[in-house]
Design a protein around this ligand. Structure first.
Ligand SMILES: [Zn+2]
Length: 395
């Protein structure tokens, strides 16, 4: 049956004209898959499959959704939920909004990669385009300034309106051409020429003119495998993201009760206020802990779980009043306690062993210091320390 497929390999309409939105075709094969969906091949198709780092077209066949389009060998398979018997005449419709956005993103990548190659000699070594993200990878390091210069140049190329053509050169013709190459495709070498800017081998649908890209924006970039990875947006997707940022700016402006142009200064001021409050909060908590330590009769204190960062401070306060073992705990009976214990000149090795055995202590220490966490109730821990470790409290 597969021999039959290859003999009846579908005509790829997206090569001839990437602007075809609807087409008529005949089903050449329809097989049920293990998951109950169907793999359908047609004698001709405008559906671009998942290929070259780009996710496939969306759309319908006879009104039924095409949920995936895959390329196996030279054949394009459409994945649908319904049976379409061989010989059925069908009408295919491409989700044009989705396709056009992909063509904007893909053509924008050609422009940018052509400029990266021309200005820096770096190659495009990775490309990923899905509905949620798009990345371009290069085999050399680009600085922030490099990226902004390239972005400016790419947008200039877009505005200038360069014509874009695709063609299948003969072997002899190809040998005389200097082109960037990602990989040869099954149907032979297909070149995409952006007049005066770039020549690159590629299999995907592209726009006819750079002006249709609209705009290209690099949204972020990072070092990646010794080179550079850029996240970017073009055309409709860039516009949508710009609107998202405008909405975000408006929301922040309302939240901060500030003019849009003053948002940055307002956030800086807010950060300053938060730092001051945090400082005051720590000072107040230290005062409270200090007060607790001043009023305790033994050198063991229990703090709330929120005061876990003040254990060292509490032990310091206890040491100013007591000699021998000083210990501070924070937490509760249910979740357990974090603790810090110090005994100047004392040996806490035995205490550590008993705590491990009786209170499942995790942690350790040396030179008269012990810290970690343990399980048990406040009363059990207090009784144990004050009754069974009396020698440690002696000076
Ligand atoms: Zn391409």
């Amino acid at each position: 049956m597969f021999v039959c497929y290859f003999l009846l390999m579908s005509e790829k309409l997206y090569y001839k004209d990437p602007y075809i939105k609807e087409f008529e075709a005949t089903v050449t094969g329809c097989f049920v898959m293990a998951d109950g969906r169907y793999r359908v091949s047609l004698d001709r198709t405008a559906f671009f499959p998942e290929e070259g780092g780009q996710t496939p077209d969306k759309g319908t066949i006879n009104g039924m959704p095409v949920v995936d389009v895959i390329l196996e060998g030279d054949e394009v398979f459409h994945i649908v939920y319904n049976l379409l018997p061989e010989g059925t005449k069908v009408k295919g419709e491409i989700d044009w909004d989705h396709r056009f956005r992909n063509m904007q993103m893909h053509t924008g990548e050609h422009i940018f990669s052509g400029l990266v190659h021309e200005k820096f000699g770096f190659n495009n070594v990775g490309f990923h385009l899905s509905d949620n993200s798009a990345t371009m990878d290069y085999d050399g390091k680009l600085s922030e300034e490099d990226v902004r210069i390239l972005e400016d140049l790419a947008n200039k190329v877009i505005r200038e309106g360069h014509e874009i053509v695709t063609f299948f050169p003969s072997k002899e013709e190809a040998e005389s051409l200097d082109y960037r190459s990602k990989k040869d495709i099954a149907d032979g070498l297909r070149l995409v020429k952006i007049e005066g800017v770039d020549l690159c081998a590629c299999c995907a649908p592209h726009l006819k003119n750079t002006q249709e890209v609209g705009i290209i924006m690099v949204t972020s970039f990072e070092n990646y495998k010794g080179g550079t990875r850029l996240n970017y947006l073009c055309g409709e997707r860039a516009y949508k993201d710009y609107m998202r940022l405008v909405d975000l700016e408006t929301a922040l402006s309302r939240l901060l009760n500030s003019k849009k142009e003053d948002i940055y200064a307002a956030v800086e001021k807010l950060q300053g206020s938060v730092s001051e409050l945090e400082f005051s909060n720590v000072a107040l908590r230290r005062m409270r802990v200090s007060n607790i330590c001043e009023n305790c009769e033994k050198s063991v204190v229990f703090l709330t779980g929120d005061d876990a960062d003040l254990l060292r401070f509490a032990v310091g306060e206890l040491k100013s009043r007591f000699c021998g073992l000083c210990a501070a705990f924070s937490g509760d009976d249910e979740k357990g306690y974090r603790f810090l214990a110090e005994c100047d000149g004392g040996d806490l090795t035995d205490l550590s062993e008993i705590l491990k055995e009786r209170f499942d202590m995790k942690g350790g220490g040396r030179n008269g210091l012990l810290q970690g966490s343990l399980s048990g109730s406040k009363s059990e821990i207090e009784v144990f320390l004050l009754n069974e470790c009396q020698n440690l409290f002696e000076c």
